[in-house]
Design a protein around this ligand. Structure first.
Ligand SMILES: [Zn+2]
Length: 163
């Protein structure tokens, strides 16, 4: 294989890729196969199973303790394959509202954030359970839990089945 920019020789290597293509600013992929040009430094990467990767990113966003920001809200919508219009209809809000929170400089307000996360969980939650890495994260969390008996409390609302 040759570099499409300069025709130089490509070297297969592995490295970290700042995954801006996700539309997010803080996603980095480690140990990614990279074909790097020895001559001009241009490189191409190979990312497999992008759908699974995006599910994993969405899982990380679901666990984010702070409010979602505009780009993250858009990431959720794109992963659902919805247009702004479809998203607005699904959430029962105006299209202009979707457009506004997806471009705002400020994080989403708490109600909007929760609404969006719950909706996403409802739509894609099954994918989480099937995802090997996510399963291992959950299993590890369970393993790390103290074995000592602890008091566990439930309130009737916790086991109420929605009508
Ligand atoms: Zn090159």
């Amino acid at each position: 294989m040759r570099c499409y920019e300069c025709g130089g020789e490509l070297k297969k290597t592995k490295g970290t890729h700042h995954y801006r293509e996700s539309g997010l600013d803080n996603i980095y992929l480690k140990n990614i196969p990279i074909n790097k040009c020895k001559k001009c430094g241009e490189y191409e990467i190979e990312i497999k199973n992008t759908e699974e990767l995006h599910i994993l990113i969405s899982f990380a966003l679901m666990l984010k303790p702070d409010a979602l920001i505009a780009k993250e809200a858009r990431f959720f919508r794109k992963l659902l394959g919805y247009t702004e219009e479809q998203m607005a209809n699904a959430l029962g809000i105006k299209r202009v509202t979707v457009s506004r929170y997806e471009t705002s400089d400020k994080p989403l307000n708490l109600e909007r954030d929760k609404h969006l996360r719950r909706f996403f969980l409802e739509k894609k939650g099954k994918k989480f359970v099937k995802h090997p890495f996510i399963r291992s994260v959950i299993s590890t969390t369970i393993e790390k839990m103290p074995s000592k008996e602890r008091r566990i409390e439930f309130d009737p609302e916790d086991w109420a089945v929605p009508a």
